[in-house]
Write a protein that binds this ligand. Structure first.
Ligand code: NAD
Length: 292
């Protein structure tokens, strides 16, 4: 009999998410009857206050697990029986596994960025890294860089308080790292002796066109890692390639967070290359529809 897996995604504005088709296609190819439900809080008139009820309901209905996205990644923690040590340190959960009645919170945003980084920028120097953007994605990405032994991480955000709060939250789990906060106006000086730049703001997305980093600050020996993946190729990535810098697109993070969640839900190692090819096809199709 075909093994049946039901899981889902809870968040707001998630109708266009590409995670459900990635999971379902890979599940089918792995021989599973795999159903991935989208539970959009706004569409049901719900808020994060309803998360305990939704998480309990999913468990009782036999869901294998849930992905949680904005605005529930912190609020969901209260509803869970257990957290992995990394999810606890990060203070954010994007994947919940139901295991023998218990709910266990994981975070595959940081593992997803990290695996994509190791695959896409092997051997890159990461001693001193500048990160632009200290929101939800920024927290996961910073955590991934610090677990890779970045010794000096400089956080820059046009909302300086957000950068300061992220630096404060990372100081305890990574006492050996020098965590700094810099202003956008100091970006030129901050980047001058950096090994790499991680971009984690929404700039470059279809609805926020442009680049948060002036092209004049890019150079061949400064690698650039992007989190934006819609589009897959951003203005920042193009500008960095044009000066001869090594670059890493955000598509891989989106794929590997799903790869890691799929393994947590099913115990099966999915085919990451196949999922990457599928994501690329989905984003390109979406881009063609926008052009039409
Ligand atoms: P967020 O709103 O939580 O955080 C964005 C941060 O960027 C905020 O702190 C904001 O103050 C800052 N910011 C915005 N514009 C800026 C600018 N020009 N200069 C400096 N700082 C600026 O958003 P988020 O959830 O962290 O998402 C950020 C981006 O990451 C989005 O494009 C999202 O699609 C993408 N993302 C990608 C993945 C992936 O898997 N590749 C996963 C999550 C998010």
């Amino acid at each position: 009999m075909t093994d049946s897996v039901v899981c889902g995604l809870i968040g707001t504005g998630i109708g266009p998410s590409l995670t459900p088709p990635m999971h379902e296609a890979e599940g089918t190819r792995q021989g599973l009857a795999y159903s991935y439900q989208v539970i959009d809080l706004d569409e049901h008139g719900l808020t994060v206050a309803d998360l305990p009820r939704l998480v309990r309901g999913a468990r009782d209905l036999g869901f294998r697990g849930l992905n949680i996205t904005h605005p529930g990644k912190q609020a969901v923690i209260e509803c869970l029986d257990e957290l992995t040590p990394d999810a606890a340190r990060l203070g954010a959960v994007n994947t919940v596994l139901f295991d023998e009645g218990r709910s266990i919170g994981h975070n595959t945003d940081w593992t997803g960025f990290g695996r994509n980084f190791d695959r896409g920028l092997p051997g890159a120097r990461i001693e001193r890294v500048v990160q632009l953007g200290a929101g939800g994605a920024g927290a996961a990405v910073a955590y991934a860089m610090l677990t890779r032994e970045t010794r000096n991480l400089v956080l820059v955000d046009h909302d300086r308080r957000r950068a300061e709060r992220l630096a404060e939250s990372l100081a305890a789990p990574f006492p050996a790292t020098r965590l700094e906060v810099a202003d956008l106006a100091e970006l030129a000086v901050t980047l001058a002796d950096a090994d790499g730049l991680v971009h984690a703001t929404p700039m470059g997305m279809a609805e926020h066109p442009g680049s948060a980093v002036p092209t004049a600050l890019l150079r061949p020996d400064l690698w650039v890692a992007e989190v934006v993946y819609r589009p897959l190729d951003t203005e920042l990535l193009r500008a960095a390639r044009a000066v001869g810098a090594r670059t890493l697109g955000g598509g891989g993070m989106a794929v590997y967070q799903a790869v890691d969640a799929f393994r947590i839900f099913t115990g099966i190692e999915p085919d990451a290359d196949r999922m990457y090819a599928h994501l690329t096809e989905l984003v390109r199709r979406e881009e063609l529809e926008v052009v039409r």
